[in-house]
Design a protein around this ligand. Structure first.
Ligand SMILES: [Cu+2]
Length: 143
């Protein structure tokens, strides 16, 4: 094979693999919550599964998860965090906010009522410099 053709082939292969890796991470990847004022928030798309499938959050900061249900599968009409005592109805084609205060670090499974849709909430200790007020009060970022 001529050298330029080889280069084109290698570049195409690398781009193809990068594209596959990117689409896989977008499909079932991990997301971290965003700090917005005194809370942290994240969005979860409910369509055939939960996307992202894993959400990392800080302990001790009120957390708002917005579930955007884009399917009509009866399977997905509830989301249950059995370890956190949360069980919510998710209307189809609507966004439903679930607010909770993660007080313990660890991994908390969230599922549909039959356990076919599965996601994980990973609660971590916030880093130094991130002041965490107790009892769901405002959290503040310190320099
Ligand atoms: Cu289900």
């Amino acid at each position: 094979m001529a050298e330029p053709a080889m280069v084109v082939l290698v570049v195409a292969l690398v781009l193809g693999m990068a594209l596959i890796a990117w689409s896989l991470s977008a499909e079932s990847g991990t997301a971290h919550t965003r700090l917005v004022g005194s809370r942290q928030e994240a969005y979860v798309i409910v369509r055939g599964r939960y996307r992202p499938g894993s959400i990392t959050a800080w302990r001790g900061i009120p957390l708002r998860l917005t579930f955007v249900r884009q399917d009509e599968d009866p399977c997905s009409e509830r989301v249950i965090f059995s370890g956190l005592g949360v069980d919510r109805y998710l209307p189809a084609h609507a966004a439903t906010e679930v607010t909770l205060l993660p007080l313990r670090t660890g991994e908390f499974l969230f599922t549909c009522q039959m356990g076919m849709y599965q996601g994980t909430l990973v609660v971590k200790e916030p880093p130094r410099g991130l002041l965490v007020a107790r009892h769901g009060q405002a959290a503040d970022r310190r320099a």
